[in-house]
Design a protein around this ligand. Structure first.
Ligand code: SF4
Length: 347
């Protein structure tokens, strides 16, 4: 039996019943694919249902306020994905009269859609013959063929892409792509794949040479940068001061408490005598709440400290993005995880 026949055969017996597999609607497939990037299926599924219910078609999505999309997205992280979805939806409405495209090259021209997502939408919706290449597929190919080339090197990307195209079942590209992804997720798992029941075992290079733990290979990314954020909780008459994050940094446009970033970790005493603090808050007194929180993002480690501030007698700086919000209305603001978890714990 050929490689693809064995994968398809395995899929018939083991495929996952996922709600977005019930449809050929490219808009719904797009929603599911973007939501599930770097998110576990169990975590992403409720988001998928909420988005489909709130925005049943791409026109409704395009017409939505960005704040509402971000609020619905809250908890998934990688907020630029939600913003790109909004841009893409507007583009679909403006350029294609609200008809979601299914051609690979057109899909690639939309914000936030890369090769993987374009291949997934094109093949799942219309059976266009484009092979998907995600972490699951890389793993299966690398192990089965014993490929040592790193999956994120330039040569590796080309090599795996060519191989995936050659193996693609031209008659059932959509089903084959889903089968490869499930095979990687359920059978050829990252840790401890159960090779004893694998239909590829007889000629799998990794199995024959006990290389499962070594493959696939990956070049290590650049070192993460450490950042130190100090948040100040300033309340007045049942309201709390909130700030909206600027463009060009993490969490664009999301809400948080007024914040000072310092180049190094600072004790509360050092923070209070720093010129940056004095410039913003004069001689205000602050009291720590909770301990230091570490929040890991791709390429950044954020170390966050929270302080309650006694602001009386101080003219708070007039910053455009600072506004008071009723405590009861905080849940209407789109906030990043660090802030929403803090509010859950302390308000
Ligand atoms: S035999 Fe093991 S390593 Fe090889 S493809 Fe199957 S599960 Fe993966």
């Amino acid at each position: 039996m050929s490689f693809s026949a064995r994968i398809l055969d395995w899929y018939q017996q083991h495929k996952r019943a996922l709600p977005w597999r019930e449809t050929k609607n490219p808009y719904v497939i797009w929603l599911s694919e973007i939501i599930l990037q770097q998110t576990r299926v169990e975590q992403g599924t409720p988001y998928f249902f909420r988005f489909v219910e709130e925005y049943p078609n791409v026109t409704k999505f395009a017409e939505a306020e960005e704040d509402n999309i971000l609020r619905l997205w809250q908890g998934l992280g990688y907020y630029s994905r939600a913003r790109n979805m909004h841009k893409a939806a507007k583009q679909v409405v403006d350029l294609y009269d609200g008809v979601f495209p299914t051609h690979y090259s057109t899909l690639l021209s939309l914000p936030g859609i890369g090769e993987y997502t374009a291949a997934a939408i094109a093949s799942f919706s219309e059976n266009h013959a484009h092979a998907v290449l995600d972490g699951n597929v890389f793993r299966v190919l690398s192990r089965y063929f014993g490929i040592e080339e790193p999956i994120n090197s330039t040569i590796g990307k080309k090599l795996f892409s060519k191989l995936a195209d050659e193996l693609l079942d031209q008659h059932h590209p959509g089903e084959y792509n889903q089968a490869m992804m499930d095979f990687g997720a359920l059978q050829c798992k990252p840790k401890n794949p159960d090779c004893s029941v694998c239909p590829l075992r007889v000629d799998c290079v990794a199995y024959a040479n006990s290389l499962q733990a070594e493959l696939p290979k990956k070049i290590k990314g650049k070192k993460s940068r450490d950042r130190y954020f100090h948040y100040f909780i300033i309340e007045q008459d049942g309201k709390v001061l909130m700030s909206q994050r600027p463009d060009g940094d993490v969490w664009t446009n999301l809400f948080e408490f007024p914040m000072l970033e310092t180049a190094n970790a600072l004790s509360i005493e050092d923070l209070q005598i720093s010129s940056e603090f004095y410039e913003l808050f004069g001689n205000s007194t602050i009291y720590p709440i909770g301990g230091l929180q570490k929040h890991v993002l791709s390429h950044q480690n954020i170390y966050a400290s929270f302080y309650r501030m006694d602001y009386s007698g101080v003219d708070l700086p007039k910053k455009n993005s600072w506004n008071y919000y009723l405590l009861g209305n905080l849940d209407k603001l789109a906030k990043h995880k660090l802030i929403s978890s803090f509010i859950e714990r302390h308000f």
